[in-house]
Structures are given as structure tokens and as C-alpha cells.
Design a protein around this ligand. Structure first.
Ligand code: MN
Length: 532
């Protein structure tokens, strides 16, 4: 599956942002793109009302543009059991063209790892080391590594030394030795007489009964194998259990799938292993190498209803913006590559998205049509706001006809149920839809809420200004402006604080007198003009 592309609206998302993210993600999905609608803040009550009404689940909430291990492609972890032989381990690695082998116990818990290098080193190593390992190797491992048959299982402990027959056999101390012999029974008798613990017999030779009886009495293990002496000597060291040479899990870095790629990379730079285990609750879920990180692309985003850095996900620089669909002023976002940037002077981002459906000749589902329509009603104050254009009105009318929707009934129902501040906390009124600007060097915050009835504002006025002053002690806005706007576009009431209050009071009075309703088209440009 292609890495997902996240479609997100702005911080403090409004209905245009949320419905736009959903509608645009659906359009992309219809084009075969793995797009996921997401949000970077809480739903406001209006949007919540709409999603419930239409029957759509809210977009997932995301808080970072960084990618985690779970979002990139990693390798399968090839595993063997703790008792398995180096031979099995080697075969698994060669078969899968892998370099790191992970060891799991009978409960599938990750215990350690062995690399191809670790295994090949065994063959090259000082015999003192392999002797210690062979000493600990269980009998059935020899049988497995040599594809042999246990003729007799003895109880003599191994000393880990591997020997072949020679003329001086009777002069040697063979106590606990592993003998590699061909069909010379004479050598078998001599070896047992000198105390050997195991005889590995070449080319499937089966010794006489009296030799087997002698072995039984002396506690010697007999294994025969189809291999010749040369091959037995080559393979016998691969009988060693992987667990004896593994790097235990506790001595090795491991990652979990929720770790951010940059943290994983930083850890990897401290060491030089070729792969690292990815573990979840003790169980292996994969193996990650540096090249997986290099190969992975950054998390991709499509921005809806915003294009400014401070309005988007905080660490956007870790991700990649591939497309923007918006109807606001162009801000400060920079990209490395050309992107699709669609900005139009219309009343709602959803108007543009509806146009895109038309352009691609993809039919909106009934639910998407409703979301788009609600968003247009919400963003244009039921097509009354000065930001609303004939394009919005025309398109909404066409969608309403096609999907049998009653725009005025939808607007009335929506506003009656959501455009009220009665019984709401001051904090939720203030943060309902808030945007920060830097206008000619001044920090300005403009919050807006839509209401039916201005008389409510008169009731709360004094207390609300006190509340804003208190809030601004930590926010340090030069102007902190709260705008109560009539939901049908019939003017606004303004409350404000901040050190520019006195200077801007006449201008804001004028905004009120002229019936300003649009933050973007009237209020912010109006303030900007005053601050030159
Ligand atoms: Mn919008």
C-alpha cells in the first residue's frame, strides 16, 4: 500500500476545514489515491452538529508531521528458535537473502540476534572458542546439522574437541572427544578405549553389533551421516545452537513501531549494525535497516482552507506539502518542489472542491454533497457574507437541485441549533474560531463567533472584556479582538483589549457602523490599513 496522504484543514478547524478535508480526501480516494482526512484540532460544535446530522465520522486527529516506523516499509524479521542449530540459521538467512537472524523462544518472545558474519566467524575462529561451544551442544543438534541418524545416545560429557583417526590414536588422550571416523571399526574401538564421548560415522556406515554394544557400555554416542569425513568436519561446527552465539536482546538496541524515524536514525548512527529489531510487547514485528529510512518518503499533506505555516500542523517541516486548496490570502509556506496550489476568490474552500469533482467528472456521494453544502452555508453565512461570490451561489444551487437539498431549510436548522452563545463558557466563545496575524509588526488576534441575537452580547459585555484582559496577560496580543457576527451577515459587535485598543477604537466603531461581517475581507484588511 502506498504511504497515506493526509488531507488537513487549519488549526482550530471550522466547518469548511473539516468538511473540506473529508470531501477532498474522498475525491482523491475515488482517483485511487490513499488519502486520509485528518484534523489538527477539536471539532467546533457547529461541525459536530453537521457530522452527526449527515452521519459521518470525524477525521482522525493528528498532532505531528513526523513519520513513525509503523508508517514505513520495513523487512520481515527472519526467526529461528533458541535450540535451532547454526546450520538452520544459516540456511534461513541464505534462503531469504538476509543478513540478520532473530532468535525467539517457545512463546515467540524475542531473545537475541545473530548475523551472517557471526555464523561464518565460528568456522574461522580459534578452536578454543568453538570447543567451549561444542561442549554445550545437545546431541540432537549434531544429528540435525549432519542430517544424520542417532544410532545410540550416550551420556558421556563432550569436551568439545573434534578429532580424526591417525596412527598415534592409542597415544592420545581422547577423553570427551568427538571423533570423525570412516568405516574402520578398529579406529572406533581404539577411540572408545581412549575415552571418546561421540563418534560421527561417515557415509552411513553402520558398525558391528559388538561395537554398538561396547559404545552402550561406555556411554558413547554414535551418529552416522551420509556425509564424508571432509563434509562432516565442515558441518560439525554448525551443530552449535544459535542461542550460544547470539547477541542477547538486552545488549542490543531495539525499536518499537511508534518511534519517530528521526529518533531511530539518531540511535542507528551510534552503532553500525546492518539491521535492528522492531519489537512490540516482547514480540518481533520486523527488522529495520538504515536503507529503509533512506527509502522512506516524508509524510505527505494536502492543506485545505489554509496555506500559512502558523495555521497548519506545528512541525510541518518534517512532512511534505503536495497540494493546497484554499481561498485565503497567500502566506508564507515554502515547498521544495512544484505543487498543486489552488487558490480562488470564492466564499468557501468547499466551493473549489465541488468544482474539482466536476472537473474530474467524479460524482459526489450524497453524504459528501451534504457536507460540501453545509460548509458553503457555514463559510458564507448562508450566502450573505461579502466573501460570497456568484460562483458559490450557482454551484450550491446546482448541488441542491442534483441532490434534492433545501439550502434555506439546512441553513435555518444549522443556525438555530449552533449559532448561539447562551450557556457557553467564555473560553469556548473566545476560542471558537480564532486566528492570529502579524500586521505591520503588531500581534493581532481576531476571534469570531456567529450568533442570532446581539442582545446576548450586551448582557455579557463587561465580564467578557475582563476575561479577555486576563487571557491577554499570557498571550501578549497588541490587539485582542472578539467579533460577534450575525449569522445571516447582518453586522457585528466588537469587544477588544490590548495596547492598541485606544488607537484603534474609532476604526472599530466604524467597522460596527458599516456592518462588517467578514474577518478576512473586511476586518483584517481594515485593521491592517489603520496600522500602517
Ligand atoms: Mn474557509
Amino acid at each position: 500500500m502506498q504511504q497515506p496522504i493526509y488531507v488537513i484543514g487549519h488549526k482550530n478547524p471550522d466547518t469548511d476545514s473539516i468538511c473540506g478535508a473529508i470531501a477532498l480526501a474522498k475525491l482523491k480516494q475515488a482517483q485511487g489515491i490513499n488519502a486520509i482526512p485528518a484534523r489538527i484540532g477539536h471539532l467546533n460544535p457547529e461541525t459536530e452538529y453537521i457530522l452527526n446530522k449527515v452521519g459521518v465520522t470525524p477525521p482522525i486527529h493528528i498532532s505531528t508531521a513526523k513519520s513513525t516506523l509503523s508508517e514505513i516499509e520495513i523487512d520481515e524479521a527472519y526467526t529461528v528458535g533458541t535450540h535451532d542449530t547454526l546450520r538452520t540459521g544459516w540456511d534461513v538467512l541464505i534462503e531469504n537473502n538476509a543478513k540478520t537472524l532473530y532468535i525467539i523462544d517457545e512463546n515467540d518472545e524475542y531473545k537475541g540476534l545473530v548475523t551472517l558474519g557471526d555464523i561464518s566467524k565460528i568456522q574461522m575462529q580459534d578452536l578454543n572458542i568453538t570447543r567451549e561451544l561444542l561442549k554445550e551442544t545437545p546431541i540432537e543438534n549434531f544429528q540435525k546439522a549432519l542430517k544424520g541418524k542417532i544410532l545410540l545416545e550416550g551420556n558421556k560429557p563432550l569436551n568439545g574437541e573434534v578429532r580424526i583417526a591417525d596412527k598415534k590414536l592409542m597415544d592420545r588422550d581422547l577423553k570427551g572427544a568427538i571423533m570423525v571416523l570412516n568405516d574402520h571399526e578398529d579406529s572406533m574401538i581404539k577411540s572408545m578405549a581412549k575415552g571418546c564421548a561421540m563418534i560421527l560415522i561417515a557415509e552411513n556406515f553402520v558398525p558391528n553389533d559388538y561395537i554398538i554394544e561396547m559404545a552402550r557400555q561406555m556411554g558413547v554416542t554414535l551418529i552416522n551421516t551420509p556425509y564424508n569425513i571432509m563434509k562432516i568436519i565442515q558441518m560439525v561446527y554448525r551443530a552449535i545452537p544459535v542461542s550460544l552465539i547470539m547477541t542477547p536482546a538486552k545488549n542490543m538496541i531495539q525499536f518499537n513501531k511508534n518511534e519517530y524515524l528521526e529518533d531511530v536514525e539518531r540511535e542507528m548512527l551510534k552503532t553500525r549494525h546492518s539491521s535492528y529489531p522492531v519489537v512490540q510487547q516482547g514480540k518481533l514485528i520486523g527488522s529495520v535497516a538504515r536503507y529503509h529510512l533512506l527509502k522512506s518518503s516524508r509524510k505527505q499533506f494536502i492543506l485545505v482552507d489554509h496555506n500559512e505555516k502558523k495555521q497548519t500542523i506545528n512541525d510541518i517541516e518534517h512532512g511534505e506539502i503536495i497540494e493546497i486548496v484554499d481561498h485565503h490570502r497567500i502566506g508564507d509556506i515554502e515547498t521544495d518542489r512544484p505543487i498543486v496550489f489552488r487558490n480562488m476568490i470564492v466564499g468557501s474552500s468547499n466551493t473549489i472542491i465541488a468544482m474539482m469533482y466536476d472537473e474530474y467528472r467524479i460524482k459526489m456521494s450524497e453524504k459528501v454533497a451534504k457536507l460540501v453544502t453545509y460548509a458553503m452555508i457555514s463559510d458564507t453565512m448562508n450566502f450573505n457574507s461579502p466573501t460570497c461570490t456568484p460562483i458559490d451561489r450557482m454551484l450550491a444551487k446546482r448541488i441542491a437541485e442534483e441532490y434534492d437539498l433545501d439550502l434555506d431549510a439546512m441553513a435555518k436548522d444549522l443556525f438555530e441549533n449552533t449559532a448561539t452563545i447562551k450557556g457557553k463558557e467564555f473560553e469556548s466563545i473566545l476560542n471558537n474560531d480564532t486566528k492570529e496575524y502579524i500586521l505591520n509588526g503588531y500581534h493581532v488576534c481576531v476571534s469570531q463567533v456567529f450568533i442570532f441575537d446581539f442582545s446576548v452580547v450586551d448582557e455579557i459585555k463587561d465580564d467578557f472584556i475582563e476575561f479577555m484582559k486576563e487571557q491577554n496577560k499570557s498571550r501578549h496580543m497588541d490587539l485582542f479582538l472578539m467579533v460577534f457576527t450575525n449569522v445571516e451577515g447582518k453586522g457585528s459587535r466588537f469587544l477588544y483589549t490590548g495596547k492598541l485598543s485606544g488607537l484603534l477604537a474609532p476604526a472599530i466603531d466604524e467597522f460596527e457602523r458599516q456592518g462588517f461581517v467578514s474577518r478576512k475581507k473586511q476586518i483584517v484588511p481594515g485593521l491592517s490599513k489603520e496600522l500602517i
